[in-house]
Ligand binder design. Structure first.
Ligand SMILES: [Fe+2]
Ligand SMILES: [Fe+2]
Length: 258
């Protein structure tokens, strides 16, 4: 069982609110029966992998090409807030996680991670840093807005690509609340949440995200170790994040350049 959430509201703005502690804290998901059912179904945390576990550098396994039509439909949305770096890398991580958890609906996970932050393109960009990254960011109005707008993007682009209504509803259910909901409510939701965090452990993610927060790479990787690793829900994500962090720290010489 995990210990209580230790993240700092000011240093973990993109990743969703802590979910890893949910199994140890029934009160955290008391209002959401979906989350309660998920916690009961997966009482061991991090959730043990049932499939293939790959901790090699993510650049070796870029995402599959079968979602390229979806990418084309949201190119404009990828131009906001580093999405053209964050989203494809997170998709590659999500696909790995799906191979580690073959019981999950990989199509839902993959489409949800591609679209989850597209809503940032439809909110007032000047408010992203002023509201979304400071203070109690979890409750910042702009956080809810980017989730709502992301669902609108999903409902706009997915029908024309042949996705049925039920599938779109499941994708939107994950996008809606991916940052502001406190707990995961399904294995698919958990894999999206982990993929949303894992991209930061790759050196490309460290480069981009540390600059957002005006942190040195050393300070940022320290935060990853202290605050984001404990939030990971699945065993596969934990293994991947830990391996990536060790490689990135060595590559960027964060032990020396600090
Ligand atoms: Fe987000
Ligand atoms: Fe994200």
């Amino acid at each position: 069982m995990r210990t209580p959430d230790t993240q700092s509201p000011q240093t973990n703005p993109d990743a969703a609110a802590g979910t890893a502690w949910s199994a140890a804290d029934p009160a955290a998901h008391a209002e959401d029966p979906r989350a309660t059912a998920f916690a009961a179904a997966y009482p061991v945390r991090p959730v043990p992998a049932t499939g293939t576990l790959d901790t090699s550098p993510i650049a070796g396994t870029p995402a599959a090409e079968d979602l390229d039509r979806l990418w084309k439909a949201v190119v404009e949305e990828t131009r906001s807030r580093g999405n053209d770096i964050h989203l494809p890398i997170s998709l590659a991580y999500a696909e790995r996680l799906c191979r580690a958890y073959p019981e999950a609906d990989a199509e839902v996970v993959r489409v949800a991670i591609v679209l989850h932050d597209t809503g940032w393109a439809h909110v007032d960009e000047s408010r992203i840093l002023s509201e979304g990254f400071t203070g109690d960011w979890r409750k910042a109005a702009i956080r809810f807005e980017h989730e709502t707008e992301g669902c609108k993007v999903a409902r706009r682009v997915l029908p024309g690509l042949g996705y049925p209504d039920g599938f779109i509803a499941r994708v939107c259910e994950i996008i809606d609340g991916h940052d502001t909901r406190h707990v995961a409510f399904s294995l698919e939701d958990a894999l999206v949440r982990d993929a949303d965090r894992l991209w930061r452990f790759d050196h490309a993610g460290i480069a981009l995200a540390s600059s957002w927060f005006a942190m040195t790479p050393a300070v940022y990787t320290d935060r990853l170790a202290a605050e984001i690793i404990p939030e990971l829900i699945t065993e596969a994500a934990y293994a991947m994040g830990t391996a990536d962090l060790a490689r990135s720290n060595a590559l960027l010489k964060t032990g020396v350049i600090r």
